[in-house]
Design a binder for this molecule. Structure first.
Ligand SMILES: [Zn+2]
Ligand SMILES: [Zn+2]
Length: 146
């Protein structure tokens, strides 16, 4: 177990126990692939990644695993404007936003306390309490505009 994801496996084991999920080594391998990628992946991208590791599972199993993680609140599904459905890890206490390349689809993460502060101000001026926000910036990445 990679120390970095100790919190993840603890949370997942708790969820699995509560919901009487059987522990399968296949699922663990799929999740390991997902965590190692540290990326925003579509289900079929994860499927290909899992395959390159020589693990033989069907796409349906990948979806099932991702849905389990989603139900456990450990993974989030995002529908991007370019129609991709990407899954990403939900890290407790860590919020980030995304900037996405409209040409190659690259996704970068950023976190800005200024934007956060400004959003609170804007919402406050309109009389809102902020629960959460979601920000996606679309643009052309350095590799695509040179
Ligand atoms: Zn690009
Ligand atoms: Zn992200």
């Amino acid at each position: 177990m990679i120390e970095e994801y100790k919190w993840f496996w603890e949370a997942f084991d708790q969820y699995a126990q509560k919901n009487h999920l059987k522990n399968t080594s296949q699922r663990k391998l799929i999740i390991d692939c997902f965590l190692d990628s540290k990326a925003h992946l579509e289900a079929d991208e994860l499927y290909n990644l899992v395959k390159t590791r020589g693990i033989n599972v069907g796409l349906a199993t990948i979806y099932r695993t991702l849905n389990t993680l989603k139900a456990a609140g450990l993974v989030q599904l995002r529908l991007l404007d370019d129609n991709r459905n990407v899954y990403e890890l939900v890290e407790p206490g860590f919020h980030h936003d995304h900037i996405i390349c409209t040409q190659c689809g690259r996704i970068d993460e950023f976190s800005s306390s200024e934007i956060k502060k400004y959003q609170l101000k804007v919402a406050g001026n309109l009389g809102y309490f902020v629960k959460y926000h979601k920000l996606e910036i679309y643009g052309v990445c350095p590799a695509c505009h040179k």
